[in-house]
Design a protein around this ligand. Structure first.
Ligand code: SF4
Ligand code: SF4
Length: 155
């Protein structure tokens, strides 16, 4: 038998076994793929979803005092806030809080600039929609109670 021919067969077999070893190890390892939407991914603690308004624990109303600090801090100009003082109140409350998430870089300057910790990052990672407008004018007050709305959301 030609020795170089035999050597080639042995080398090929070793290579095949090594390849199969990698394939089988990968096949038996737990898969990092999540079968969304049946399963949801476990997010890291510091995950940043779009910004959201935080509710005051005692009233359920948005904690925001419509000071505009976040608007001024945002480098992408993607927050619009309007507010008024409810009758008899000392501070303003927002009447409109809109986010253009299509321009947001999640830099976090708005969250850091808020004097009353009224902004936080949502855990929403599965945003999808057929229309851009859904995300270019997100109503962050939706679902939150304000002194101007009759409905108070439960948290
Ligand atoms: S995270 Fe940054 S870019 Fe996004 S709204 Fe806040 S300040 Fe603007
Ligand atoms: S900085 Fe805070 S309190 Fe001021 S408008 Fe923004 S969210 Fe409201």
């Amino acid at each position: 038998m030609n020795w170089s021919y035999a050597k080639n067969i042995v080398t090929g077999l070793v290579s095949l076994v090594q390849g199969m070893q990698v394939t089988i190890t990968t096949m038996l390892s737990p898969s990092p793929t999540v079968e969304w939407p049946r399963e949801t991914a476990s997010l890291p603690a510091r995950f940043r979803g779009h910004i959201m308004l935080v509710a005051d624990g005692s009233t359920g109303f948005a904690r925001c005092i419509a000071c505009g600090s976040c608007v001024r801090a945002c480098p992408s100009n993607c927050i619009e806030v309007r507010g008024e003082k409810p009758e008899g109140a000392k501070k303003k409350s927002p009447t409109l809080f809109q986010l253009d998430f299509t321009k947001c870089s999640l830099c976090g300057l708005c969250v850091e600039s808020c004097p009353v910790e009224a902004l936080a990052y949502s855990r929403d990672y599965a945003l999808a929609g057929a229309e851009r407008k859904v995300y270019s004018s997100m109503d962050l007050l939706a679902g939150l109670g304000t002194p101007f709305s009759e409905q108070c959301h439960e948290f």
